[in-house]
Design a protein around this ligand. Sequence first.
Ligand SMILES: *[C@@H]1O[C@H](CO)[C@@H](O)[C@H](O)[C@H]1NC(C)=O
Ligand SMILES: *[C@@H]1O[C@H](CO)[C@@H](O)[C@H](O)[C@H]1NC(C)=O
Ligand SMILES: *[C@@H]1O[C@H](CO)[C@@H](O)[C@H](O)[C@H]1NC(C)=O
Length: 257
Amino acid sequence: MLFRGLTPIAFAVLASAATTVVLPTSSFTSYTTFQQYWNYLYPWGSDHNGSARMIGNSTEHTYISVANNVLTLTAKPAPAGQPPSTSNPHPAIHYFSGTVHAKQQVVVDGTSITGYDVQGEFIASTAKGTWPAFWLTAVNGWPPEADIGEWKGTQQNWFNTFNTSSAVASKIVTWPNDGQFHALKAELRPISGNTKDLSIKYYLDGVLQATHTAANFRGAAMWLILDLQMEGSSGSPGPAAGATFQTRNVQLTKYTP
Ligand SMILES: *[C@@H]1O[C@H](CO)[C@@H](O)[C@H](O)[C@H]1NC(C)=O
Ligand SMILES: *[C@@H]1O[C@H](CO)[C@@H](O)[C@H](O)[C@H]1NC(C)=O
Ligand SMILES: *[C@@H]1O[C@H](CO)[C@@H](O)[C@H](O)[C@H]1NC(C)=O
């Protein structure tokens, strides 16, 4: 009588798939809830491989702001003469902008049967020279990297899974650029009998777009990042007026079949 003494509800959870919310959709309701679940900037600081330097903290919300359950990242032109990016390949800095990363890391251990769902809704700039993204990247070394949303200055979203820097699966889909929020989701799942690789299913507005096998993602912790980079992979020059990237209903759930 393994289940004797459990309530019917507990039995139902044991008997069928269970989800556990680790980052709730309410994280952008106030700066208090935001700061409970997110850190300002990249895990490694303010700079990366585009022309935007990220600025923001608990008292500076020009580039990173939350209101009405929406996170807005804003890029604005920077005064000339900024020092170049500290990250490879050290591009010139032309903008100040915003980045945040979730405090909760994503990792699927080699023997775990539990996966993750990573999702959100977005209004993303698709202008040339704007490079917003919603992505997972390695905490230690690199890869793994999985890009759930990456807009590279065209009206397309890139779903990318990096086995290595040269073995990359990319699915490019038309982005419905109508000024409305659209949903992106990645389902990260263990593969039965495989302790090294993950299956990642990518969705746009609830419709499956691609299934990638992600080599050696098991046991590798990843950060979840939302950033509004500029130029870099999105071409240049970026817009003189800057750009915005809006996100709502980000949710991270653990999924156990
Ligand atoms: C917040 O960021 C601004 C702009 O970079 C900086 O001047 C200020 O010292 C920072 N405040 C804190 C508390 O870190
Ligand atoms: C990544 O590695 C997996 C597992 O070996 C393989 O199935 C997949 O085809 C690889 N993807 C690319 C783009 O090479
Ligand atoms: C920038 O870095 C990201 C993440 O590490 C990588 O996916 C991308 O290929 C790099 N792009 C350029 C232009 O360096």
